[in-house]
Write a protein that binds this ligand. Sequence first.
Ligand code: ATP
Length: 309
Amino acid sequence: MAEIVLETKGLTKYYGAQPALDHLDLRIPRGCICGFLGRNGAGKTTAIKMMLGLLEPTAGSASLLGCDSTDLTPAIRQRIGYVTEGHRLFRWMTIARLEKFQQAFFPEQWDEKFFADMIEYFELSKKQKIKHLSNGQRAQVSLALALAPNPELLIMDDPTLGLDAVIRRQFLEGMIELITRQGRTVLFSSHILADVERVADRIVVIDKGVLRADCSLEQFRASVRKVVLYFDDSVPADVELEGLLHCRRSERQLELTLVGVDEAEVAAWAKRAGTERYDFVEMNLEDQFIEFTAPPHRRRLFQWEEARP
Ligand code: ATP
């Protein structure tokens, strides 16, 4: 069995009476590329900070590379890369100075050539000062700094936030570069589901601090489905299908979002409900995530008002 490099057991954080993270149990094996997903405020940053020992849990525990997160030794820290939200870097330093500063923490393992290649690939110069870089360029420097020590485990909190599509693509390619170095493990949070779909092989979804899904990308893609059923007369009042997430009705159509329901079950129920006409609707990961995490009865936020004469 693959070695577990990131583990949380009942990891919990309360702020006042409210749980930001509620009993998170995760076991991420070596070599896994894990997309850590959740809507704003779901608890991703809170979980990541506790995994890295930067925030004390209210209950439960986390461990990285077999070492408890509250007690990570310098030797273990050297094997872990971390890219934070917002890419906080010393603004007055040049890229070259920042490299020297960072390199001092990883004297044995710093890959100077790799760092130089990445800086060149991102069309930056080591002479540039951080304060003169754009947000996207700072993100690129952050990634190069995180990858140059050749970490076994890379944890990134929304690393592509605010980056344009081209830079995001370059950033992902940088990540793939790391991944292809054998046995590397990555956990990254992101709201860009197309990126997650491109690189992740496993996804973890949390919602209001609670774990809602932890499975392979393919399993999630195959499980969340949308079907539209067409009726000659009125639509049935009840839908007796386990795994029903959302049901939207119009006069002669039912649109159902389902989790873990196979086509035969849909066909059987449709027949009992009086129709044999239905279509499965193509969904990308973003559509699936939205359906999976959206509350069932959403109040309408905006209403178009006709201009009064
Ligand atoms: P986003 O995608 O918006 O970055 P997130 O999933 O990273 O969100 P967290 O930042 O972990 O979410 O926040 C989880 C919950 O904890 C939120 O409801 C947030 O308001 C709350 N929270 C986070 N930090 C604090 C704090 N220092 N004090 C009080 N509440 C906090």
